[in-house]
Design a protein around this ligand. Structure first.
Ligand code: ATP
Ligand code: MG
Length: 414
């Protein structure tokens, strides 16, 4: 017994350490494979469309092989632990048997004592085996617990609590700098947008327009400068208040599995049917919803199956309008729309500026032509801002981006 306990302890400690690593590797690979599979299933149509089925199949087999290898490595170590403990117990049993038999032979121990010792040892050894199995189970559970804790300990966005609420849609970017890791995107950028103003932000692809809006919503921390809404730095607002006051419609319509109503309210029951229909009306989607047999209660799939791309886009616009944000941002929001819908959204933009500040980011000239002012972004800065005729005259980047479209647009009046 004096040999079994320390020896078993040392061996189990060494095995448990290895088991922890193997279980962790297995869970990591399993998690990554699940999320990859989920994305693949969501994009199944695109995969087929772009002839990527074979390639995705190969990637799946590679990932699955990795998972099987990790599972075998994990099972091996579990098996090793179990067998090692059985071996240790057998060796100990054998030693007891030899020593006790020798003592019986010498007349120092009775046969009854030998049987009792062996029975006692078999009970104790069962306990040891259970203990070793429990310790292995604990290692597996530790991996899961640590994964949960690592998620819980991630910096909490909601930690900002504040009594100040935005009550004015004026936006000021003052010397704002920002970088994604090493990549500098904004460099002491300055831009002032008045309440109720419609400003279009233009720039080459990758200039940092969307990043600027993500900073405004508090998705990233800037590296320098100040962003103010209603004259107050955004850090003074709670994340919830900030996101509620900046409504962003982006190019990609994010649709959740659920009914149209759930997609609009995102589970908030405070919105009345009247408010929902008003938002749908403004986003020019109410007629399409009314035509559906189940109206607002029509279920949508993850990819919004049941509505066209343009209708889904208008649905996401209605979702933003329902919240009546102080600042509305359209980030390439009209690119999935046909001519008529785009014209309707342009009309909506005009209407919106009576009660919200409007920032539109668009590559197409027709949308930016609606703005009161256009700000041109280049090299991480706003290099110029003004009306379209002013910019056509004095800003070479604007001319390069829109000179041709402007000439065409003004030569062909609508
Ligand atoms: N999450 C990210 N991590 C690292 N780099 C990023 C990330 N998002 C964007 N970038 C990089 O930052 C730069 C600015 O990107 P951003 O999306 O803001 O540009 P954009 O002006 O909106 O472009 P587009 O007109 O094509 O939408 C790009 O070079 C892009 O590659
Ligand atoms: Mg963008």
């Amino acid at each position: 017994m004096a040999i079994l306990v320390p020896l078993s302890y040392v061996c189990n400690q060494a095995i448990n350490r290895r088991a922890y690593v193997k279980v962790q590797a297995h869970r990591d690979i399993y998690g990554k494979l699940s999320s990859w599979l989920f994305e693949m299933l969501l994009g199944l149509r695109e995969i087929k469309l772009f002839g990527q089925s074979r390639r995705s199949g190969k990637t799946f087999i590679n990932k699955l092989s990795g998972l099987i290898r990790a599972k075998i490595a994990k099972d091996k170590i579990e098996f090793l632990s179990e067998r090692l403990n059985v071996l240790l117990i057998l060796i100990d049993q054998l030693l007891i048997f030899i020593v006790a038999s020798f003592l019986v032979y010498r007349g120092l121990f009775t046969v009854g004592g030998l049987v009792a010792t062996l029975m006692y040892f078999s009970i104790v050894s069962d306990m040891f085996r259970n203990l070793a199995q429990a310790s292995m189970r604990m290692q597996k559970n530790f991996v899961s617990i640590n994964r949960i804790f690592s998620i819980l300990q991630q910096e909490e966005e909601q930690s900002r609590v504040s009594g100040t609420r935005p009550n004015n849609g004026q936006v000021i970017f003052r010397n704002v700098s920002f970088a994604y890791d090493e990549k500098q995107v904004l460099d002491r950028l300055c831009l002032e947008i008045q309440e109720g103003e419609h400003v279009a932000i233009v720039g080459r692809s990758g200039a940092g327009k969307s990043s600027l809006i993500q900073l405004l919503q508090g998705f990233y921390e800037k590296n320098g400068g100040e962003i103010l809404i209603g004259g107050v730095p955004i850090e003074k607002y709670s994340i919830n208040d900030l996101r509620r006051c900046v409504g962003v419609v982006s190019q990609k319509s994010v649709i959740f599995q659920g009914t149209i109503r759930e997609n609009l309210t995102l589970g908030n029951r405070a919105y009345s049917d009247g408010a929902i229909w008003e938002a749908c009306e403004m986003a020019n989607i109410s007629q399409a919803i009314q035509r559906l047999p189940r109206g607002l209660d029509t279920p949508l799939g993850y990819d919004g199956a049941g509505l066209s791309g343009g209708q889904l886009q208008r649905l996401t616009i209605a979702r933003v309008l329902l919240r009546k944000p102080l600042i509305t941002v359209f980030d390439e929001a009209t690119s999935a729309l046909d001519g008529a819908s785009e014209a309707a959204i342009r009309l909506l933009m005009k209407e919106l500026t009576s009660h919200t500040t409007l920032i539109s980011i668009a590559h197409n000239y027709t949308t930016i032509a609606e703005a009161d002012r256009v700000a041109v972004m280049d090299g991480g800065k706003i290099i110029d801002s003004g009306t379209i005729p002013q910019l056509l005259e004095r800003c070479s980047v604007f001319r390069e981006l829109y000179g041709e479209q402007a000439r065409w647009y003004h030569a062909v009046p609508s």
